[in-house]
Design a protein around this ligand. Structure first.
Ligand SMILES: [Zn+2]
Length: 325
């Protein structure tokens, strides 16, 4: 094919591609089109030739970097010193990125590439893989690592969020919820189980599965005196519960669930549940979460574990003689 011949064949341009308009160093005879594609927020340019398929533009694909604020939800070791990270971000949802050489002792990436770390990550795309170029650790939520219950609750919250966060979709509200939950689990004074219960209520709201609380899910009547809790839909009035089933629940528990769904994220650390309300929330919300979210996180098991450890602590506190030494 002689040079310039392609100009006579505009109808052959593949959809979404434009004729190569630049006078770059392509040999005459190439039948080439150019396409700009949104990638990591930057434009990458490809050149397509009918004879050779996709060929890169001069100097290869345009590589650009992008900055994201993210929380490391998962870190798997890879090769000798690399790690594959799952980052939860507000602007780009869930991202899978590779941190090369981050496990070397002198690596600048070492501190920011561990689970639960929150930081600023500079990413670059190389051959279709997103690679961490730089990272700056902002918060590592250190105290999660010093207390098993805090760690247990934080892991459950992080796993559940990782499962529902979509790749490439902005997830500002879920990200803010995860951030505040980790912060209060790490540095707050409330029992981890209460913070996790509050997380679950807020999480169910975001996922679109909020349980009915003070009004019957079926008929909208008040559940104040005759409230039952059904694991499929939440609160039911006495009449509806006769047909659909449901276990007895204290009005205070339903009211607590309603309030936890509404309080500001910055107040999550103030949630302190009375013992009977906590017990009912653990039992009912755990089963409700597991039934609706189909998650790998067995939330009712985690909640029961955390609740049992509080009871144990209370018992020990009443009888100081139980402490060793
Ligand atoms: Zn009803």
């Amino acid at each position: 094919m002689r040079g310039n011949e392609h100009e006579k064949l505009p109808q052959l341009t593949p959809q979404g591609w434009n004729h190569l308009s630049c006078k770059s160093g392509f040999k005459s005879g190439f039948f080439a089109f150019i396409k700009a594609e949104e990638n990591l927020g930057a434009q990458s340019t490809y050149v397509f030739s009918c004879r050779y398929g996709i060929i890169a533009a001069k100097g290869g694909m345009v590589v650009r970097t992008v900055k994201v604020m993210g929380i490391v939800a998962r870190a798997s070791n890879y090769r000798d010193s690399d790690r594959v990270l799952t980052l939860l971000t507000a602007d780009r949802g869930k991202l899978t990125v590779t941190a090369r050489g981050c496990r070397r002792q002198k690596s600048e990436l070492l501190s920011g590439t561990q689970p639960f770390c929150y930081g600023e990550y500079v990413l670059r795309e190389i051959n279709g893989i997103q690679v961490v170029n730089q990272c700056e650790l902002i918060e590592c939520f250190y105290d999660l690592r010093t207390d098993y219950n805090r760690l247990d609750a934080a892991s459950a919250a992080l796993r559940a969020s990782e499962e529902v966060m979509q790749k490439g979709q902005p997830s500002k509200e879920l990200f803010a919820l995860v951030y505040h939950t980790l912060a209060f689990l790490s540095y707050g004074t409330a029992p981890p189980v209460d913070t996790l219960i509050c997380f679950i209520v807020k999480f169910l709201h975001l996922a679109g599965y909020a349980p009915a609380t003070t009004l019957c899910a079926n008929c909208g009547a008040s559940t104040y005196l005759t409230g039952r809790f059904n694991r499929d839909c939440g609160a039911l009035c006495g009449t509806c519960a006769e047909a659909q089933g449901g276990v007895q629940v204290a009005p205070l528990t339903l009211e607590a669930m309603r309030r936890m769904g509404r309080i500001a994220l910055t107040d999550m650390g103030k949630v302190l549940l009375p013992e009977n309300v906590r017990g009912e929330c653990v039992e009912l919300l755990g089963a409700y979460f597991d039934g609706h979210m189909m998650s790998k996180v067995k939330m009712s098991e985690t909640l029961n574990r955390l609740c049992a450890s509080i009871e144990k602590e209370c018992k020990n506190a009443e009888r100081p003689g139980n402490y060793p030494g």
